[in-house]
Design a protein around this ligand. Structure first.
Ligand SMILES: *Cc1c(COP(=O)(O)O)cnc(C)c1O
Length: 388
């Protein structure tokens, strides 16, 4: 076993799969007016972000910290879009001073603040209006963003008010529209409905703000958490085709994909610290916790769990609740998980952890950030070992 294997917990990133996933995206948008921005909040690991920055993508950022990271990892400022429902004055200043390509604005008070700061800094940023389209993403309620009850985007009232005062905003250039209705969306009907809603809203926009120059339909394409080996790469063909067939606009269309690009290339490797019995239950207590993968605690999300190097050997196994070491009952990774017989020291792989795992990690219970290993790194190590 390679020495880093014992150095759990850590994230493992398969850059070959990431590469093939990006190839598939590019294959489906080449020779088209589609442009993809990688949503950095899905995975902010520098090795991963730098890898993606070398390709033909822009970056979607939701804070000044993410803009800083995107620039540091090699994205061009013109290819960066800045979204977020609570951009602070300092963050807006930072974005303007760095000439980032586009601000996605979500409300009336915010657009007035952007205009004021732009005037003070003598800039004229391009701004797209994020509208709340009232489309149901049919996903987990905590990752739905496109209904009127959600906090995101201009509400119809505030949008109507803006149409009355648009011309008073002299220091910004309103160029288009932005939407994002949710995450882990697996039903393409949602994207069809979004497209139809956009077709209705574009003429309304154009009536007040002139020709639409920019359209961003957000991200949200889901992945197969149940079968990461059967479906390691999401169905990008069907995804882009849905927009191609249903959107009726004549401008370049921007996408902001996070999860669908990075989720399957990552896993979390963790070691069994103790096996513990309680009544009918057997717990495998592992050294990773909700601090390294929050999704089960936050969304009751399913992640496939395997014994490392033993994916096929299910005989003589048991059924385990795989739980972390933190002082929270929500600190679990899976309940009643069939696994080969486990003992102290065994390594488990928690699959599909490339998105919203490392980037959501916490310091709760005095835990420090864990490391990551990429497939390139493994190859290097392997080579060294062979030479020795
Ligand atoms: C989170 C987010 C995304 C990315 O969502 P995924 O489901 O990871 O593709 C894109 N756009 C905005 C505005 C977001 O908040």
């Amino acid at each position: 076993m390679l020495n880093y294997m014992q150095n759990t917990p850590y994230y493992f990133y398969d850059l070959d799969l990431l590469n093939r996933t990006i190839n598939e995206v590019e294959l489906n948008i080449r020779n088209s007016a589609f442009r993809v921005h990688y949503a950095i909040k899905a995975n902010n690991n520098k090795k991963v972000v730098s890898f993606i920055a070398k390709r033909n993508f822009g970056a979607d950022c939701v804070s000044a910290g993410e803009i800083m990271l995107a620039l540091e990892c090699g994205f061009n400022s013109a290819d960066i879009v800045f979204a977020g429902v609570g951009k602070t004055d300092e963050e807006i200043e930072y974005a303007l001073l760095n000439n980032i390509g586009m601000l996605h604005c979500e409300g009336l008070e915010e657009i007035q603040v952007i205009n004021e700061i732009a005037g003070r800094l003598n800039r004229r940023p391009r701004v797209a209006l994020r509208l709340n389209p009232d489309v149901d993403a049919r996903t987990h309620e905590k990752i739905s963003t496109g209904k009127y009850e959600n906090k995101f985007g201009f509400s119809p009232e505030e949008f109507a008010e803006l149409t009355q005062q648009g011309s008073s905003l002299q220091h910004i250039e309103i160029v288009g529209l932005h939407f994002h209705v949710g995450s882990q969306i697996t039903d393409t009907v949602v994207f069809k409905e979004l497209s139809e809603r956009i077709n209705e809203l574009v003429p309304v926009y154009e009536k007040y703000f002139g020709t639409l120059h920019y359209l961003n339909v957000g991200g949200g394409l889901g992945i197969d958490y149940q079968n990461p080996d059967v479906n390691p790469i999401p169905d990008f063909r069907n995804y882009f085709e849905t927009f191609r067939q249903n959107l009726n606009v004549n401008v370049p269309v921007h996408f902001e994909l996070g999860r669908s690009i990075v989720a399957q290339c990552g896993s979390l490797r963790t070691k069994v610290v103790y096996i513990k019995r309680s009544g009918a239950k057997t717990f495998a207590v592992v050294d990773a916790g909700m601090t390294e993968l929050l999704r089960p605690a936050m969304y009751n999300a399913y992640h496939k769990i395997e014994k490392y190097n033993n994916a096929l050997a299910l005989s003589n196994g048991g059924v385990y609740d795989v739980v972390g070491p933190l002082c929270e009952s929500s600190d679990f990774f899976g309940k009643n998980v069939p696994l080969p017989e486990l003992k102290r020291g065994d390594i488990l792989t928690i699959r599909s952890c490339g998105a919203y795992a490392e980037s959501m990690s916490l310091n709760y219970n005095g835990r420090t950030k864990i490391g990551s290993v990429t497939s390139e790194h493994v190859l290097t190590q392997f080579r060294i070992i062979k030479v020795a």
